[in-house]
Design a protein around this ligand. Structure first.
Ligand SMILES: O=C(O)CCC(=O)C(=O)O
Length: 341
């Protein structure tokens, strides 16, 4: 059966067969633990060396952290969440005008992950947008709800500022120049995935999104303030990252793992579903320029012992992105394809 939008408002009592995972690949929700020491970083802190140290520890240990006092206003966040709910609540006919299962098309409203490549579908609908430069893309964004373009423009601008702030901190935390990432990543693109996970009749049998790493540089995730679903893999064990309404969840993408020569990790994560409540999450992806050449930062390996060498070969982001989308999500870490011999 071909996957189709599931944000219908209609509740099923059993999970359609095309969403059912084989026994060996199910979320095993009872085995998931709470992550007690998940880093929470106040990025307005004035003690820069301490802040940089906190970022270093979080990126090296977890590849994930939460930030508070991040500079994105509460009004901007609330409006974004409201408009996203309004979007997914629209009648099916209206939503289908934007539907596509072609992963190269934006904007697109789609379902699951990559329905053309995958064998089992995921319990998620999503709207994918390009957000930078806004003037280039805003005309193609949805016109309904009527406030969509204005609200998403404001949100994207504020998120971009936050992204640059964090990239500076990450550069410094690796002992690099403050603007190292900004220079290497070129004129960064910005993409958004508005994820909507309707209540699922059998959450133990499927995923909202199966385990994956992010192909971009940095991800800034706004989690649903009340509904849990994000989980990350640490030392072979799944942990829940429970929402904190005033925080964004930040994670290192594959490109920052490569640039850091593997010191920082682009960590596997997944989204699971529940029977009771729909869950919304809004992921903003900071993406290198297509032509940006990604290579492990020289100062991180050149001056080290004789044998030290870059873990990854040089490649362009365009090459990486193409490879990423030609695969199914739950294959090997995509960076494995770019290791140095
Ligand atoms: O919904 C979530 O919490 C995770 C979303 C995510 O990993 C993604 O959009 O790539």
């Amino acid at each position: 059966m071909a996957a189709k939008l599931i944000s219908t408002g209609f509740r099923l009592t059993t999970l359609p067969e095309n969403y059912v995972r084989p026994l060996s690949d199910r979320p095993r929700l009872s085995e998931v633990s709470q992550l007690e020491d998940f880093p929470l970083i106040d990025i307005s802190a004035t003690d820069r060396p301490r802040l940089v140290q906190q970022i270093h520890q979080a990126c090296a240990r977890f590849g994930f952290f939460q930030v508070i006092n991040h500079g994105v206003s509460k009004a901007t966040i609330d409006e974004m969440v409201t408009v996203a709910h309004e979007f997914f609540g629209m009648p099916m006919d209206e939503k289908m005008k934007l539907y596509s299962d072609d992963p190269t098309k934006t904007p697109r409203l789609s379902t699951s992950f990559n329905v053309k490549e995958e064998e089992v579908n995921n319990w998620r609908d999503y709207l994918r947008l390009h957000c930078y430069p806004i003037d280039k893309y805003v005309h193609e964004w949805p016109s309904n709800p009527s406030s969509f373009k204005e609200v998403v423009s404001k949100y994207s601008r504020e998120i971009r500022e936050l992204g640059f702030k964090i990239e500076e901190l990450i550069s410094e935390s690796l002992g690099l120049e403050k603007d190292y990432m900004k220079k290497v990543l070129g004129e960064q693109g910005q993409h958004m995935a508005v994820n909507y996970y309707p209540p699922c009749p059998e959450p133990e049998l499927t995923y909202g999104l199966p385990a994956h790493t992010d192909p971009n540089a940095l991800t800034i995730l706004l989690q649903d303030a009340t509904v849990c679903g994000l989980q990350i893999l640490i030392d072979g064990h799944w942990f829940a990252v429970n929402p904190r309404p005033d925080a964004f969840v930040i994670n290192i993408g594959d490109q920052l793992q490569a640039l850091s020569n593997g010191v920082y990790k682009s960590v596997w994560h997944r989204a699971v579903t529940n029977t009771e409540n729909p869950r919304l999450s809004i992921a903003s992806f900071m993406c290198p320029d297509n032509g940006a050449v990604i290579s492990p930062a020289k100062p991180l390996w050149e001056a080290k012992e004789e044998e030290a060498k870059p873990v990854y070969r040089d490649y362009t982001y365009a090459e990486y992105y193409k490879k990423f989308w030609s695969r199914n999500l739950d294959q090997e870490h995509c960076l494995e394809n770019f290791l140095n011999d």
